[in-house]
Design a protein around this ligand. Structure first.
Ligand SMILES: NC(=O)c1ccc[n+]([C@@H]2O[C@H](COP(=O)([O-])OP(=O)(O)OC[C@H]3O[C@@H](n4cnc5c(N)ncnc54)[C@H](OP(=O)(O)O)[C@@H]3O)[C@@H](O)[C@H]2O)c1
Length: 328
């Protein structure tokens, strides 16, 4: 129940016609033992307290699925996913590297797939990006194409209206030297998931990737002109990042991804350009909001995960992604 997990709880509680919240887990001692409603920012108690571990949360209770929102990194989340699988629970996770774990760590991916099949559970990594905007959406847009020569995807967003952990990950407010040092020592990861998005997209088209090149996060420098004074960044300091990734197929750059997230970005959009027969160009403006989009992907995919066969799945294995709204 960090930033995204808290939003999941708030929106899950509005879906009481198909979701029953049976517990919440967080490793932060400041949250453990408190009422979930209080931790996730509701003004009312929900009568469940935050547990320190999944084992404790499940004591005397039954559950079907875990919505998992702890970390971006596959190695870190593997024991958490394993524990959920051992409890017989399906998992839908916002872990970026889980969206296409065969790119990040094929050995770990195989291990999780075997465990999931043995325990009869389904594990899925999803979200807005990776999980939708730069992989699932462009893949779907190639459906009416007879051939595809190249796909270019750009996601540009204003980091002002995003959650604090997101801005922190972008190094917002640092000076350029601090930013470069933080990138070198891994404190700033920039956007995690571009390599996964390129790989997921290629895999959906059955393209054999010869190489995936993910560029280092580059600082976007503030001009000191943010629209929202509460999140304004002093001129000359880091306002956010620009990052690119390319996928090489048959010796040429067939997939090209550009991700821009910084405070004060003027136009926000998701642009997909499919150079194929026919050409397909789609611009969503403003871009799909990352936090709402991620929470929606997690909740909307949950019933589809429950209905899927066991194993470690990716978004390309799922039935058509869509909202799940049995009641308006
Ligand atoms: N795929 C996508 O499109 C997408 C979109 C949004 C977010 N994400 C990812 O989703 C993750 C969550 O984002 P966020 O903004 O909510 O981050 P956050 O605010 O840092 O929340 C993560 C929470 O998980 C807790 N936690 C860490 N390890 C745990 C464990 N083993 N067991 C129980 N709780 C644990 C953390 O506690 P401590 O504070 O004690 O560490 C923290 O409260 C991030 O990795 C983010 O990058 C992905």
């Amino acid at each position: 129940v960090g930033a995204i997990g808290s939003m999941v709880v708030r929106h899950a509680l509005e879906r009481s016609y198909w979701v029953e919240l049976v517990g919440a887990v967080d490793s932060d001692p400041a949250k453990v033992g408190r009422d979930v409603g209080d931790v996730v920012g509701l003004r009312k108690e929900v009568g469940l307290t935050v547990s320190a571990t999944l084992d404790e949360a499940l004591e005397g209770r039954e559950a079907d699925l875990v919505v998992h929102t702890t970390s971006s990194f596959l190695e870190k989340v593997t024991p958490e996913l394993e524990r959920a699988a051992e409890h017989g629970l399906d998992v839908v996770s916002s872990c970026e590297q889980l969206s296409f774990p065969y790119y990040t760590n094929p050995t770990l991916a195989e291990r999780l797939d075997l465990l999931a099949k043995r325990e009869g559970v389904t594990i899925l990594g999803t979200g807005i990006n990776p999980g939708f905007a730069m992989d699932v959406l462009p893949a779907v847009l190639t459906a009416p194409c007879l051939n595809v020569r190249a796909i270019n995807v750009t996601r540009k967003m204003d980091a002002s209206n995003r959650r604090v952990p997101f801005r922190r990950k972008l190094g917002v407010g640092m000076n350029v030297e601090e930013f470069r040092e933080a990138v070198r020592n891994g404190k700033i990861t920039g956007h995690v998931g571009l390599g996964e998005s390129v790989s997921l997209l290629a895999s959906a088209l059955s393209w054999k990737l010869e190489e995936v090149r993910v560029g280092e996060a580059q600082p976007v420098i503030s001009l000191g002109k943010a629209r929202d004074l509460r999140t304004a960044v002093e001129a000359g300091r880091v306002a956010g990042v620009k990052q690119t990734a390319v996928g090489v197929v048959e010796g040429r750059q067939a997939i090209s991804h550009t991700f821009l997230a910084y405070v004060g970005a003027r136009e926000e959009y998701d642009l997909v350009e499919v150079d194929g027969l026919p050409k397909v160009i789609s611009k969503i403006s403003p871009c799909v909001h990352g936090d709402f989009g991620t929470v929606a992907m997690l909740l909307n995919m949950a019933p589809k995960v429950l209905a899927s066969p066991p194993g470690l799945l990716t978004m390309k294995d799922m039935v058509l992604p869509s909202a799940f709204l049995p009641s308006l």
